[in-house]
Design a binder for this molecule. Structure first.
Ligand code: AMP
Length: 114
């Protein structure tokens, strides 16, 4: 989608601190990190949010989580864990309308979120 910031990152049209990419997904550091480890894993395909995921894309969340888990471990979160978050629409606190998994780690996070 032409005006989507994450689509632009996926196409290399705007810079990001990329951690991983393949033909379907990419991961990059969050621009406003909320924890010592904070990165995002996104599909290249523009899917607005998890509620708009279509049956034909049902394998994508598994791929996103698998890569999120692998990268979290590589960044030192294997022992103490991390938080894996998908915000959805306004009530869920989503600010970028392109499906993404947040991974936050490296400190103890409180629950519930505000
Ligand atoms: P959400 O509120 O769940 O939609 O999360 C969107 C996230 O994208 C926020 O944590 C932002 O800090 C992050 N973000 C927005 N623009 C960029 C960017 N250009 N590069 C990296 N992260 C970004």
């Amino acid at each position: 989608m032409s005006d989507c910031i994450f689509c632009k990152i996926a196409k290399g049209e705007i810079p990001s601190k990329k951690i991983f990419e393949d033909d379907e997904i990419l991961a990059f550091h969050d621009a406003a990190p909320q924890a010592p480890v904070h990165f995002l894993v996104i599909p290249r395909k523009h899917i607005r949010n998890i509620m708009e995921l279509e049956a034909s894309d049902i394998s994508l969340p598994g791929k996103l989580l698998n890569k999120a888990q692998e990268l979290a471990a590589a960044q030192g979160c294997a022992e103490k864990g991390a938080r894996f978050v998908i915000n959805c629409k306004s009530d869920g606190g989503q600010t970028v309308d392109h499906l993404h998994v947040h991974v936050l780690g490296g400190r103890t996070l409180s629950w519930p979120p505000g």
